[in-house]
Design a binder for this molecule. Structure first.
Ligand SMILES: [Fe+2]
Length: 166
């Protein structure tokens, strides 16, 4: 893990704690980060893509506590929108290029959007998030077959899906 990424992880754990996130929510992004990092490296992403992916994986659900507290749920469209807003503020003083910040915010804004995959980084983030969600909730576990067929594209992601849930 790059030093900046480690600093983002540390800052996100502290932010989550003060923002009312549950321990399950903190554990969720730790797991998504780990699988996204693994898939990205195995799929040969560039160093820039890998760093973008890893920071987006840490931040992808940053809107969830806010949505739960203000709307009473964490439905995809709401937490994508609020997460992008909160993620942009979070990244303001993080020492990465502006275009990388913009891409990370865009990824937060589409991490529940499966029908229009914008990039390899987006693809890997969707796969890593699903691999974790399938182990955390019946709602996702029930749709593994559909996701295998319609969402998963990378060789590594497909292998992990099989090894974890096959
Ligand atoms: Fe997630």
């Amino acid at each position: 893990m790059e030093m900046i990424t480690a600093e983002v992880m540390e800052k996100m754990i502290a932010f989550s704690h003060s923002d009312g996130a549950t321990l399950d929510e903190i554990n969720h992004f730790l797991k998504v980060f780990s699988l996204a990092s693994t898939i990205g490296r195995c799929e040969g992403l560039s160093p820039e893509e890998q760093q973008t992916l890893e920071i987006a994986a840490i931040l992808h659900d940053i809107g969830c506590p806010y949505c739960r507290q203000n709307f009473g749920h964490t439905k995809g469209l709401y937490q994508q929108r609020e997460g992008a807003r909160i993620g942009k503020e979070f990244l303001a003083d993080v020492d990465i290029p502006e275009d990388m910040k913009k891409e990370i915010v865009d990824l937060i804004a589409c991490h529940h959007t499966f029908h229009r995959v914008k990039s390899r980084v987006h693809q890997v983030l969707l796969e890593a998030d699903f691999l974790v969600n399938a182990g955390e909730g019946e709602k996702y576990h029930r749709v593994i077959g559909g996701f295998r067929k319609n969402v998963f594209r990378t060789e590594t992601g497909l292998a992990l899906l099989e090894q974890m849930y096959g």
